[in-house]
Every structure is written in structure tokens, then in C-alpha cells.
Design a protein around this ligand. Sequence first.
Ligand code: SF4
Ligand code: SF4
Ligand code: SF4
Length: 255
Amino acid sequence: MKSKPKIAFFDFTGCEGCQLTVIDSLQNHLDLLDAVEIVQFREALSEKGEDYKIAFVEGSCTRPSDEERLHRIREQAQIVVALGACAHLGGINAVRNLLPLEQTRRYVYGENAKVYESGIARPISDVIPIEAFIPGCPIDREEFIRGVKTLLQGNRPDIPDYPVCVECKLKENGCLYHCGIACLGPITRAGCGALCPSLGVGCEGCRGLIPDPNIKWLRELMYDLGQSDERISSKMGLFMTNQVLESEVVDGRDG
Ligand code: SF4
Ligand code: SF4
Ligand code: SF4
């Protein structure tokens, strides 16, 4: 009998919400669960197999020991997938990168800072090459299932590279900017079905930037709503600190 593809899940710095979403989605897709062999998944299994073909990594890299662990995963896996905003972008953890690291460490750990190993928060692709990512905070259940099936067929997941506004318009929502509500939809990768704007809440950018985003124009739109520099930076930095900082350096802006 042909052996099943072996997959493994790993967690780094994150809330583990993406792993819980994986468990939740697999419960409703028993066919997929039956088609693979899960050899490591701390949230759901006590076994710890080291032989796997596809590694799903949740969480950002924040410690030197994380780097070593990521390199070990990379050596073993044929395919590495970043699972969720923390692994894909650095995620919420990356807000710490806006302050000098020592200042953040002292704020969080006080006099015990030297006891804890902590560094800046990075997407895993800053440390090892990856083949694919499933964006979002948390990941979308169905996008994850589609992504796994696509990978098992030898292809890469089809993740949209157009903005949330496209899905928002297809839903015939009125634009929140007309109601004085800021929204990151114009610069954020679609695929969530414009979840937040459809509920009257501005997009916070959890799926990351689209290619070639017009951040400067969106900042000006948010200024026109009367938002302060600090407020705009904090909204843009919630999930995409690393990406926005990089784009502004490329644009020659000081943010
Ligand atoms: S992306 Fe969001 S849900 Fe997933 S681990 Fe990070 S904080 Fe948690
Ligand atoms: S509400 Fe947000 S996502 Fe929808 S059209 Fe306006 S800016 Fe785009
Ligand atoms: S609308 Fe924005 S913040 Fe909300 S789920 Fe979609 S990408 Fe994430």
C-alpha cells in the first residue's frame, strides 16, 4: 500500500490560534485527515516524529534558538509553509520592533530581562526559504484546506494578490471611508471575503500587503479623516510593522 504523505506542525511565537483553526478545519474534512499522516503537532498529538515532507510553521521567529530550530525543520522538509500572520509577516509580535529591543525587554521582564532569551520578531522567511504561506490572523479554515490539497497535488496554494477592496466591492458594501472609518483594504491582500468591512469595521491588514501597495496615498486618505500620524502608524503597524517599515524605506519616506 502506498504510504501517506507525512506532515508536521510547529509552533513558534504566537497565540496558537492558527493551530486551533487547523484542528477545527480538519474535523470537518475527515477525507483530508485520512489522506495524510500527521507526525508532529504539539497542540493535538503527543508523538514527535522527525520524518516529514511538509512542515507547517506557526508563529514568528523571536529568539536565536528559534533560528536553529527553523534550520533543522528546513533540512528535513521538502516544503515549508508559513501558517498565519505571525509566521508570514512577523505579525502582532513585531510591534516590539518599533522600540529599541532592550527597552521592550526591560518593560516586559523588568530586572529579570537577562534571564529570558528574546529578540526582534521576524517572519520565518527572514530566516529560511519557504515554499508557501497561508495568510491571516487566524488563518481561514477553507483557505487552509484548499492550500493543503493543492500542496499534496504538487502545486502552490493560490493566494490572491489583489486588495480586500475588490472583495468588498463584489459584496456591494458601501466604502467605510464615506462614513469616516479608516480601513486598510486598499493595501491589504484579499482572500478573507472582506470580512471586517462587511461588518462595518475597518480592515487591520492581517493578511499582509499586496504587491506594490500605495501606502503614501492611503496615509493621505487617513490624514484627510483627521487621523494623527501616530494613529495611522499604529493601525498600519498592527500586523504589518515589518512590511510597512520596509516599504517606507524603499519609498524614501520617514514614516
Ligand atoms: S497569526 Fe494570529 S491567530 Fe495565528 S498564531 Fe499569530 S496571533 Fe495567533
Ligand atoms: S471599506 Fe475598506 S475594503 Fe471596502 S472599499 Fe472601502 S477601503 Fe476598500
Ligand atoms: S478585512 Fe483585513 S483585518 Fe479583516 S480578516 Fe480581512 S485582511 Fe484581516
